[in-house]
Design a protein around this ligand. Structure first.
Ligand SMILES: [Fe+2]
Length: 218
């Protein structure tokens, strides 16, 4: 499988080179994927900081030629180590949302390339009977170009995102297939995620926590 897809949509060679360097950093992280969630989080924060600085200084210009309003664009996909790495452009126009979902056998980060977004995040505490999850609310994030968030197997595992400006585009980087010992991973997690039925969410006993059903088969 060729590692690069759609590299041609980038504005110029400088942007393509910046993508290759970022993909290389992401692949290095994948090749030595730490088991410890704290270490994973620190590494992803480092990647976000590095990419964020390049976005702010206009070195990493992945969305300059991006005209797709509703289309997810895959920039890069390649097998690495035990899993695979994917870099994509996520359009999120003003008022658009990615519905709430949980991630399984997948960690990721989202970095704003253009526009502004509101991100709600919840950490996964435990899986209950009846396809329900107990989750803990994390602070709401408002992010702009160069800012990023990340999801791990537990920390910030559930999230949803809302575009706050027309033409908002997020860079999504995800690593799937590295976490086979995750006992909370259901087989039905298509593409590493399951949607949450937020309409049926209810408060848990612990303050700031909720019980939420997953949408089976979504
Ligand atoms: Fe997600």
């Amino acid at each position: 499988m060729p590692p690069y897809h759609n590299e041609h949509i980038l504005a110029d060679d400088a942007a393509r080179n910046a993508l290759r360097k970022l993909a290389s950093s992401c692949a290095q992280f994948a090749a030595a994927m730490p088991d410890d969630e704290e270490a994973q989080g620190n590494a992803l924060q480092g990647l976000i900081a590095e990419a964020g600085e390049q976005i702010r200084t206009r070195t990493l210009r992945l969305a300059d030629n991006f005209a797709g309003k509703d289309e997810v664009i895959r920039l890069y996909k390649a097998p690495v180590g035990a899993g695979r790495l994917k870099l994509q452009l996520f359009p999120l126009d003003e008022g658009d949302t990615h519905p709430p979902h949980a991630h399984y056998n997948l960690i990721s980060c989202q970095i704003v390339l253009k526009g502004r977004a509101r991100i709600r995040e919840y950490s996964l505490l435990r899986r209950l009977a009846g396809d329900e999850l107990e989750i803990r609310e994390e602070p709401v994030r408002f992010v702009e170009p160069g800012d990023g968030v990340y999801t791990l197997q537990k920390r910030n595992n559930i999230h949803w995102q809302e575009g706050l400006e027309p033409g908002t585009v997020l860079l999504n980087i995800n690593w799937q297939g590295f976490f086979t010992d995750n006992v909370m991973a259901p087989d039905r997690a298509v593409h590493g995620r399951c949607y949450i039925d937020w309409e049926r969410a209810r408060p848990a006993e612990r303050a700031g926590c909720f019980i939420v059903p997953e949408v089976v088969g979504a």
